[in-house]
Write a protein that binds this ligand. Structure first.
Ligand SMILES: [Zn+2]
Ligand SMILES: [Zn+2]
Length: 251
């Protein structure tokens, strides 16, 4: 394989330094990399760049993953470990006890019914219950480190911890293998879903992101048959969505 042109290498370095990057930012970085290296910049050539760089990354076990933020709908791009089937990549700078607590916290967030979130009280309890235990102050420090590192998001309004787009992109394979019964894909975009709506029929696995809900409902004919009930594509029952994620928690 021919080596990547300098402008693409400069772009790749910038991407790795930034972690999760919005599509618009990735484009801006591409333009900047071309300017710095005096390479021609062509508007609209990001998909080609992603494909070219992606080919090179696969030989070292990395890949470019694209997803939409489940809360803002923003288009995101990130370079991740293609295998990504273990938690070792999380919290590598922490102690063994902290890694064990981190694992339990991530597990609890992902398997906490349909809440896909955890209150800080519950998180501290996990620390205390670990063997050896982690005190409240230490768990609090660990939690804020995980937020800073981009693995967790803390919602100040609800006092709950959630997974970030970064953790969903990096841990996708791990979560799918470890907790298949809690791993749902959006019926529209097929990306994993931890925030959105679900079909109220408990036996149906249809779930849709907030940013995919309108197109799903258009597809099953809600907007064209104003005021009339539509049927879910998965189970043919009346479509009456219930919340998935933090919104499903009774407060
Ligand atoms: Zn979706
Ligand atoms: Zn259904």
């Amino acid at each position: 394989m021919a080596p990547l042109p300098l402008s693409q290498r400069v772009w790749l370095q910038a991407m790795l330094a930034h972690g999760v990057v919005s599509q618009a930012h990735a484009k801006a970085l591409q333009k900047r990399a071309c300017e710095i290296t005096r390479d021609d910049y062509q508007a609209g050539s990001l998909p080609t760049l992603l494909e070219e760089v992606g080919k090179h990354l696969s030989s070292v076990g990395l890949e470019i993953r694209q997803a939409r933020d489940e809360f803002t709908g923003a288009h995101l791009i990130m370079i991740v470990n293609a295998k990504g089937d273990e938690l070792a990549q999380v919290a590598t700078t922490h102690s063994a006890t902290e890694i064990a607590v981190t694992k339990k916290i991530l597990e609890r967030i992902f398997t906490n019914n349909d809440a896909y979130s955890l209150s800080s009280t519950e998180a501290l309890k996990i620390g205390r219950q670990c063997k050896p235990p982690l005190g409240n102050a230490e768990t609090e420090m660990l939690l804020s480190a995980l937020v800073k590192e981009g693995w967790l998001r803390y919602n100040r309004d609800t006092g709950r911890y959630l997974l970030t787009s970064r953790s969903m992109m990096e841990l996708n394979v791990y979560l799918k293998n470890a907790y298949p019964e809690h791993y749902f894909s959006c019926i529209m975009c097929e990306d994993p879903i931890t925030n959105g709506v679900a079909c109220s029929n408990a036996e149906c696995r249809v779930r849709v992101h907030k940013h995919c809900q309108t197109s799903y409902e258009r597809q099953i004919g809600i907007s064209t048959r104003e005021g009339q009930a539509s049927t879910c594509r998965g189970c043919q029952h009346t479509w009456s969505p219930s919340p998935v994620g933090e919104a499903s928690v009774q407060r």
